[in-house]
Design a protein around this ligand. Sequence first.
Ligand SMILES: Cc1cc2nc3c(=O)[nH]c(=O)nc-3n(C[C@H](O)[C@H](O)[C@H](O)COP(=O)(O)OP(=O)(O)OC[C@H]3O[C@@H](n4cnc5c(N)ncnc54)[C@H](O)[C@@H]3O)c2cc1C
Length: 412
Amino acid sequence: MTSDVLVIGGGVVGLASAYHLKRLSPGLSVTLAEKGARLCSVNSGRSAALYRNLFLSKTSRDLAESSIIHYRSIAGAIALKGLGYLWTFSRDEWTLLRTEAVRLASLAQEVELLEGEALSAATAMAREPKGPYPAAGGAIAGRLCGALSAQALAAWYAERFSELGGLIVTGADITGFDLDNEGGSLPTRVVGAKDARGEYYEAGRYLVAGGCWSQDLLGPLGIASAVYPKKRQLFGFSVARPDLLYGQASYGTPALILPYAGIYLKPVPERYLAVAGMADELGRGIDLPYGPAAARPRAEEEYFRAYIEPALGAYFPSLAAAYPRGLELKQAWAGHYDYHWPDKNPVLERAHNVVWVAGSSGSGIMKGDGLGRAAAAALLGLEQVELADGRPFKPADLSLRARAVAAEGLVI
Ligand SMILES: Cc1cc2nc3c(=O)[nH]c(=O)nc-3n(C[C@H](O)[C@H](O)[C@H](O)COP(=O)(O)OP(=O)(O)OC[C@H]3O[C@@H](n4cnc5c(N)ncnc54)[C@H](O)[C@@H]3O)c2cc1C
């Protein structure tokens, strides 16, 4: 198979990149190779698919806010729900963060701060939770935020890409690359890639969008991706009535982050459920070396029972009272974040004729459109690209060599 560009990875970021590549340069022949039997079958498909523009760094905000504008323009096709988002902070955290939060509210669209009575009326959270759990001292709230279907979003990009003449090959597990090492001189470029079935993909340029597998793909080429895989789990449990979490619900029923250990809740009221996740840092390992062993990570119920459930009980006494025998776990699953640890913003870098886009650090769905535009532009050698709402973006800002991003503080 021969094409101008081979995109590797059929998650949301790879698909958005492939589509924008064809949109910006319709004459290019582009093939997308995905190792799974289906597109969006791993981390993109396992995400909570929440989206928010609550980011302190301009880079993250530009990528997310512009992507959200695009997602809202195709809301019906991607089951977009404008739930809103409420990120609560402990009193100590709020003291440190408040000035930054005020700045964020002045810069980002539809963002406000909730404090005092306004905060108390927004959720059913205990004012003084029992145990080691800090009380909420303030919150950043966003009306532009919500949830969508990652599968539907991936399908939207796949259809548009195919309509423009792009080729998608599933079941194509890229296992190695060939280099132009002829005649004893040092190699200067990748000339082809092969998959586990023996198919061969020749291309002039390569765009690796392998998410947490980026290092597996790039390492054998001698390229350091700067991206680390870390397990992340989600647990769906019964919530009979929204008031158990939201009380008077003066802010509606938004996605909610608690002021302890980055525990977050995605409400799914139509199924009488909420989905909980938790930021797990100290003591939870980085999954390197990665590879097939970690391809199907297990959700650990014991982790939910030991850490998440007690915190939920302390913050939501009415919820605990409604389920005296313990929260009813209905579903649980796990995947991997691909972190770029230094600043938790994505990485978009080039080595020879290989570009890679990864490190979305837990926000690849909400930044997917912006990242796809930036990756396409980087591959085409453009210095600047227009994001969905017209704001300009420089792909080089996400590079490792000429990186120009502020560290992102609002990552869970
Ligand atoms: C539990 C969980 C919850 C999350 N919640 C959210 C959220 O609420 N909002 C949000 O924005 N983000 C969330 N994320 C993060 C989000 O899922 C990622 O940022 C996003 O999916 C990254 O997209 P991607 O396309 O880069 O990677 P992926 O979706 O992982 O796609 C990479 C693709 O590359 C393919 N691939 C890998 N190796 C090869 C190979 N050798 N050959 C061919 N193909 C290959 C894989 O099969 C895969 O399909 C969550 C993640 C997890 C795990």
